[in-house]
Design a protein around this ligand. Sequence first.
Ligand SMILES: Cc1ncc(COP(=O)(O)O)c(C=O)c1O
Length: 371
Amino acid sequence: MSRRARELGALNVGQGFPDYDIDPRLAELTAEAMRQGHNQYAPMEGVVELRERIARKLAASYGGEFDPQSQITVTLGATEAIYSAVQAVVGPGEEAIAFDPAYDSYEPAVRLAGGRCVRLPLMPPDFRYDWDRVRATIAPRTRLILFNTPHNPACTTATADDLDALAAITRDRDIVVLSDEVYEHVIFDGRVHASVLSHPELRQRSFAIFSFGKTLHATGLRVGYCVAPPELTGELRKVHQFNTFSIANPLQSAIAAYLVEKPQTGHELAGFFQAKRDRLCKALAGSGFALPPAQGTFFQLLDFGRLLPCGDLEFAERALTDARVATIPLSPFYAEPPQLSVVRLCIAKKDQTLDEAAARLADLGAKLRNS
Ligand SMILES: Cc1ncc(COP(=O)(O)O)c(C=O)c1O
């Protein structure tokens, strides 16, 4: 979609990356870190100052204590953390359960470990978990459940009841949870993020995965981290050590310094993105499209069902060629897609980009209503 958007000169509100500048202070601190000589290999598990800052940030958000030495590993974005965690616990012939629509790196990571990814659908329009179905799917060879909240691309958030169900299902079984929480701070309308780290039982058997790319509006930083109990961290590091070995030292040092200067980093994101979500939804009110308000993430779903009775791939093509707006259909995130009348829009964009995308989509809506 991004390539076709470029070719057609379309507005890209599909792929999830900000089109506005980062905080210039982060750029200054990165230059300073290089001038100060933080240019050689960082420790395999991550720069100590950064892991200490992460531990404080986690304790403030989720309570309890986090040991930077034995529980926190800095990774090459969340993607490497997902990959290394999967390799650490899934072996040949074993299974992992993921929920569709699933972030696209989950299944390849499981297959590269020699395992099989069993994908359970979250059904539109609500995309909620069917825990009875999960229970019925668990087999003696199930090693891992991949969980994601706030959820990309469904734009939903898990609840405390979901965490309890996940804990009950994995209790007394040799199953680990991988909780992808890269949008931990991007949660709307006063909801509270249901982190496995705030659930004392799940915390004992989970990898919780985060991304500074999301929190600092800089997806190109490629710095993330994984939080897990010491035994799981030990296994993850065996993979991480021979996969990436260590992560860019100046970036880690700069992020650590940034968190010292701005310890509240992340807490502004809910308000920032909620305002963008509301701006987009308001601009499209009355257009004929329905926009079920996103509960979290950088995204908002656009429901075209009342305007065009077609599949989401066809609608995305129409939006691209007729309205010159690139969106992301949800069916490619499913192993077996149901009938879907929604596409995903990225709200991590300048207000003017969102306004222009809304104007173009509203024109398309008017054209479809009149045809
Ligand atoms: C749900 C989810 N997990 C993981 C990632 C990857 O994060 P990173 O860019 O830090 O590798 C993304 C990025 O879009 C995502 O949406």
